[in-house]
Design a protein around this ligand. Structure first.
Ligand SMILES: Cc1cc2nc3c(=O)[nH]c(=O)nc-3n(C[C@H](O)[C@H](O)[C@H](O)COP(=O)(O)O)c2cc1C
Length: 153
């Protein structure tokens, strides 16, 4: 099962997460979507795959809705061996801390033993590209191939 979790302040990451779920379903993959604000570290299920879609705010910080979940990961330090994840970040290259939120999640999940699928994908608000277009290109080039390879291994 693939769970797409989004962390957002103004809704872009939610739109992207919904479109990634649709894209996974079109590839006959079982996927659902959840707001990180209502998801806790205890909900992480060994054997499942998580796609984290997250923006960046402040001085390279996580958006408000992602902070409780990330705080739990920091406090509880669960063993995430057997969990796979991919990350797509939304940010703006106007900021020196471009897409640091995606980097924070990637590094912490790796440190807890989870396995990364594909490369981190990013959207740059300064590019003028529609976030969903960037995310669906990333899904085609990184996420779906990694999931397909996993299913065949
Ligand atoms: C006040 C403010 C601070 C921001 N800080 C950063 C930042 O430090 N790094 C970055 O890459 N993007 C930053 N952004 C850009 C947002 O991450 C970007 O607009 C993103 O698409 C928002 O997604 P969301 O609607 O899911 O929260 C900032 C935007 C605002 C409004």
């Amino acid at each position: 099962m693939i769970h797409v979790l989004f962390g957002t302040e103004t809704g872009n990451a939610e739109l992207v997460a919904d479109d990634i779920v649709d894209c996974l379903k079109q590839s006959d993959l079982d996927a659902d979507v959840a707001d990180m604000a209502y998801f806790s570290a205890a909900d992480l299920n060994v054997g499942d795959t998580y796609v984290l879609v997250c923006s960046t705010y402040g001085d390279g910080e996580l958006p408000n809705s992602a902070q409780p979940f990330y705080g739990q990961l920091q406090e509880q330090m669960p063993d995430l061996n057997g969990i796979r994840f991919a990350v797509f970040g939304l940010g703006d290259s106007y900021y020196a801390t471009f897409n640091n939120g995606a980097k924070i999640f990637k590094e912490h999940l790796l440190s807890l033993g989870a396995q990364q699928l594909g490369q981190v994908g990013v959207h740059d608000a300064s590019s003028g590209e529609i976030p969903t277009d960037a995310a669906l290109s990333w899904a085609d080039e990184q996420l779906i191939p990694a999931l397909t390879a996993l299913a065949q291994s």
